[in-house]
Design a protein around this ligand. Structure first.
Ligand SMILES: [Zn+2]
Length: 306
C-alpha cells in the first residue's frame, strides 16, 4: 500500500518572482486526500483557487502558468516538481502575488523547507497513471513521447548552440532519493545575450546570478560555477517532472524529450488525456513493487501518519 501524502503542518516561504520581480509570500497548508495541489491568490478580492492540472495551464513561454489574465499563477513548475519528487499529492498554496518565488532557481530550497516541515501520510491510496501505449507530440524539430514502463523514467536531450552546454543527455530513473540528490539542486539557466529581449517582453525582472545560471558567449558567469557538469539537462528533467505532474497522479511510464520546453510538456499531457486507450488509472496496490518502492523517502524525511 502506498498512500497519498500532504504536509505535516503549514509552512510559509517568501521570495522574489523570477519574471514579475515581485516579492511574494506563500503559505503552504496540509489538505485532505484527493484534493490535489491547489493555488489560491489571496491578494485578489474573490481569492480564486486554481487546481494544478494540465488543462488549467495557460501560457507556457519561459515558465508554466496556471490560469490566465489577472488570476494567473506563474512559474509553478519547480515547486510542482518538488511535490512530485517527495510524493506529496495534496497541498493548498496561498499566495499573495502572481508568481511562485524562484528561490535559488532550483527546487533545493523547497526540498529543504518541506524536510523541516515534515510530511504526513493520508488514509487513501495513491493513484497511478499507467501508460499503455505510446503517445507523441512534435513541434518543428522538437518532440516529446510517453511510452509504457514499470515506473517513471525520463530520458532528456537538450541542444544549445553554446560551448558550455552543447548537447546534453540524461536518463533519470525516478525515485524520491534520486530526485533529491540528482535533480532538485539543478538551477534554471539563461544566456546573457537573451536578457534584453526577455526584459523587453516583461520577463525575468527578478532574475539575477542568485537565482539562475547565467552564461555569456563563452562561459558560466556565476562565481561558484556549476553544481553538476550537466546541470542544464538536469534542470530540464526538473522542469519535465513538474510539468507532467500536472497529469494529477503519479506516473508509470517513460518520457523521452528532445529539445523540449514547457509548451511541449503540456501538449504531451493533453495528448495523453485525449487518448483514453493510452493509459489507465490504477491504485498503487496493483503496481509492480519497484514503482511503489521509488516513493520511499530518506529516513530523515520519513512521513508521520495521520
Ligand atoms: Zn525551470
Amino acid at each position: 500500500m502506498l498512500n497519498q501524502r500532504t504536509l505535516a503542518k503549514t509552512v510559509t516561504v517568501t521570495g522574489l518572482g523570477l519574471h514579475s520581480g515581485k516579492r511574494v509570500t506563500m503559505h503552504m497548508h496540509p489538505t485532505d486526500a484527493n484534493t490535489g495541489i491547489c493555488f489560491q491568490r489571496v491578494d485578489l478580492p474573490h481569492r480564486p483557487i486554481l487546481k494544478a492540472d494540465a488543462t488549467t495551464v495557460g501560457a507556457t513561454e519561459n515558465n508554466t502558468t496556471l490560469g490566465s489574465g489577472i488570476e494567473a499563477v506563474h512559474t509553478v513548475e519547480h515547486l510542482l516538481s518538488v511535490f512530485y519528487g517527495l510524493g506529496i499529492d495534496n497541498v493548498l498554496c496561498e499566495i499573495d502575488g502572481p508568481e511562485v518565488p524562484i528561490m535559488d532557481g532550483s527546487g533545493a530550497s523547497f526540498v529543504f523547507l518541506l524536510k523541516e516541515t515534515g510530511i504526513q501520510t493520508l488514509n487513501k491510496s495513491k493513484q497511478f497513471i499507467v501508460v499503455l501505449e505510446p503517445v507523441e507530440v512534435k513541434v518543428e524539430d522538437k518532440w516529446a513521447r510517453l511510452e509504457p514502463a514499470s515506473r517513471l523514467i525520463i530520458d532528456s536531450t537538450i541542444v544549445f548552440a553554446h560551448p558550455v552546454i552543447k548537447t546534453q543527455n540524461k536518463v533519470f530513473e525516478f525515485s524520491c532519493e534520486n530526485f533529491i540528490s540528482e535533480i532538485s539542486r539543478a538551477r534554471t539557466f539563461g544566456l546573457l545575450r537573451d536578457v534584453d529581449m526577455l526584459k523587453r517582453k516583461g520577463l525575468i525582472k527578478g532574475g539575477s546570478l542568485d537565482n539562475a545560471i547565467v552564461l555569456n558567449d563563452f562561459q558560466v558567469m556565476n562565481n561558484d560555477g556549476l553544481r553538476f557538469r550537466d546541470e542544464f539537462v538536469r534542470h530540464k528533467i526538473l522542469d519535465t517532472i513538474g510539468d507532467i505532474s500536472l497529469l494529477g497522479h503519479e506516473i508509470a511510464g517513460k518520457v523521452t524529450t528532445y529539445k523540449s520546453g514547457h509548451n511541449l510538456h503540456n501538449l504531451l499531457c493533453r495528448k495523453l488525456m485525449e487518448t483514453p486507450s493510452a493509459y489507465e488509472l490504477v491504485s498503487a496496490s496493483s503496481l509492480e513493487k519497484e514503482a511503489v518502492e521509488a516513493f520511499e523517502l530518506p529516513q530523515v524525511m520519513a512521513p508521520s501518519f495521520h
